[in-house]
Design a protein around this ligand. Structure first.
Ligand SMILES: [Zn+2]
Ligand SMILES: [Zn+2]
Length: 250
C-alpha cells in the first residue's frame, strides 16, 4: 500500500511542477519494513505445554515464553538456532509453565518477567506442585519484574504488549505482538476450548470477560499460541468456540 502512495505522490508532484515556476516540494515516503519474528514451539513436561522460543530476526535476540521444564530441550533448540536469550517471560504461575524458569534464567544469566503479582501464591507453591505431579528440578523464585495490564516487554527490536487476563489464575497475563499479529495466551484460551477455572482463586466469569474484552479487540486475524495444543486465530474461535464464541450467551 505504501508503494502505491509513493507513486501517487510522485504523480502529484509532477502535476504541481507543471504549474509552478519554482521547484516543487520534495516529499519522501519511508516504507516501514517489519522484520521477521520467528516462533518455535517446544512441547515440554508430561502436560505437553507449549514453550515458545520467540526470535527477533534482525538482532537474533530471543525470549523464552513459559519454560515449564525439559530445559535441556529448550537449551538445545536455542543453540541449534544460534540466538541469544535476552529474558524469560511467564504467562502464569502453574508448574507446567514456569517449572523450568529459574534454572533456565540461571543458565543464561537473564531476568524473569511476569506474570502479574496476583500469581505469586502459585509460584510460592512450586515445590508442592512439583511433588504432587512428580516433577523434578522445579525451583521457587521471585520474578525480577511483575507485569501489569497495559505494560510491554521488549527484546531485540521487538515489543510485546501485556494484558492481564485473570480467570484461569488471578495473575495470568498474555503477550501480544502488534507488529506480527501473534499472541501468547497461556491457559486463557485454546483452539476449541478455554482454561480451567476450578483451581484456587479461579473465576469463570473473569475468564470469559478477559477473553471478550482483552483478546477479541486485538483482531480476528491474530494467531494465538495457547499453552497446550494447536494454534488458532481469534476470529476462528469467535466463530466456533463452544465456550466463548460469539454465539454463546454471555
Ligand atoms: Zn495453567
Ligand atoms: Zn498449562
Amino acid at each position: 500500500m505504501s508503494v502505491k502512495i509513493a507513486v501517487f505522490e510522485m504523480f502529484l508532484a509532477r502535476l504541481r511542477r507543471r504549474n509552478e515556476p519554482y521547484p516543487a516540494p520534495v516529499q519522501w515516503t519511508f516504507l516501514r519494513v517489519v522484520v521477521a519474528m520467528k516462533v518455535t514451539l517446544i512441547p515440554v513436561t508430561p502436560f505437553q505445554q507449549n514453550c515458545s522460543i520467540v526470535v527477533c530476526e534482525s538482532t537474533r535476540r530471543a525470549v523464552v515464553v513459559d519454560p515449564g521444564g525439559d530445559i535441556e530441550r529448550i537449551i538445545g533448540e536455542v543453540e541449534r538456532q544460534g540466538v541469544s536469550v535476552e529474558k524469560i517471560l511467564l504467562t502464569h504461575g502453574h508448574l507446567d509453565h514456569c517449572g523450568g524458569a529459574k534454572a533456565l534464567a540461571d543458565h543464561y544469566g537473564v531476568k524473569i518477567e511476569g506474570p502479574h503479582r496476583d500469581d505469586a501464591f502459585w509460584i510460592d507453591q512450586l515445590p508442592e506442585q512439583m511433588q504432587r505431579f512428580g516433577f523434578s528440578g522445579a525451583q521457587a523464585f521471585t520474578p525480577e519484574r511483575w507485569l501489569e495490564d497495559g505494560e510491554s516487554v521488549e527484546f531485540g527490536d521487538e515489543t510485546l504488549e501485556v494484558y492481564h487476563c485473570p480467570g484461569h489464575t488471578p495473575g495470568h497475563v498474555i503477550f501480544f505482538s502488534r507488529a506480527h499479529r501473534v499472541a501468547f495466551v497461556g491457559d486463557v484460551l485454546f483452539a476449541g476450548s478455554i482454561g480451567r477455572t476450578d483451581f484456587p482463586r479461579g473465576n469463570h466469569a473473569d475468564l470469559i470477560r478477559a477473553i471478550r474484552e482483552k483478546l477479541w479487540p486485538l483482531g480476528d486475524d491474530v494467531t494465538f499460541v495457547p499453552g497446550h495444543g494447536p494454534a488458532s486465530t481469534f476470529g476462528d474461535e469467535r466463530r466456533t468456540n463452544p465456550y466463548v464464541g460469539d454465539g454463546v450467551p454471555a
